[in-house]
Design a binder for this molecule. Structure first.
Ligand SMILES: [Zn+2]
Length: 215
């Protein structure tokens, strides 16, 4: 995996997986050696090797949303490490349709393991001593969420916003009007906030304010 951040208290690794070049992440708390995966999209062996090499313990899998390219590795992941999968409740129908979605996009996947916990707007989720606020940002999909580490200016937003672009709003379950509101909320975050998207390189809120036509 690629190192995105290697600080005293936390580290972030990324990996691009699958035919749609999906970025998935491992975040570890160095004080407690606890870790989470953001989006179980694939290349599970590589993720788990990274976690093991760091001496971390995987606690949870946080899903930004349930499009096929973000969930395709979950069955294998859950078999390897039986840790809770977190998702927004509004995303459950998308999650349940993963096998059909797969057929549409030419992926063959097995039925997914059950979601263990629902997350909702304003809730905090933890990895060791690190705390992220859940932001419900529908538009690209009904239950899209971001995991926002407010005190560290880190924003893991799935397919809501990309460097210079935004997530598609023309797929089943998309809501362009909701997307406008969601983007407005991202635009209101401090400009130094680093955005780790579901596709492509990371960026910042400030950079997107200057160069993203959707902002
Ligand atoms: Zn998506």
């Amino acid at each position: 995996m690629d190192v995105e951040i290697d600080g005293d208290e936390l580290a972030v690794f990324s990996k691009v997986v699958g035919p749609i070049q999906t970025s998935i992440y491992v975040i570890g708390c160095k004080e407690t050696n606890q870790a989470v995966i953001i989006d179980g999209g694939g290349d599970i062996d590589d993720l788990l090797t990274t976690i093991d090499e760091q001496g971390w313990e995987l606690n949870e899998i946080w899903q930004t949303h349930a499009h096929i390219d973000h969930v395709a590795g979950l069955t294998e992941l859950k078999e390897a490490r039986d840790v809770p999968i977190l998702l927004h409740k509004a995303e459950q129908p998308v999650y349940d349709a993963a096998v059909q979605q797969g057929m549409m996009f030419g992926f063959q996947i097995e039925p997914l393991p059950a979601v263990d916990k629902y997350v909702e707007e304003g809730q905090f989720v933890n990895v060791g001593n690190l705390k992220a606020r859940v932001m419900w940002l529908p538009g690209h999909s009904p239950g899209s969420v971001a995991f926002y580490f407010e005190d560290r200016d880190l924003f893991f937003g799935g397919d809501v916003v990309f460097k210079g672009s935004i997530g598609r709003v023309d797929l089943p379950g998309c809501d362009p009007q909701a997307m406008v509101k969601s983007l407005r909320r991202v635009n209101e975050l401090p400009e130094e906030t680093i955005i780790f998207p579901g596709h492509g390189p990371h960026t910042t809120v400030g950079q997107e304010q200057q160069s993203n036509p959707y902002f």
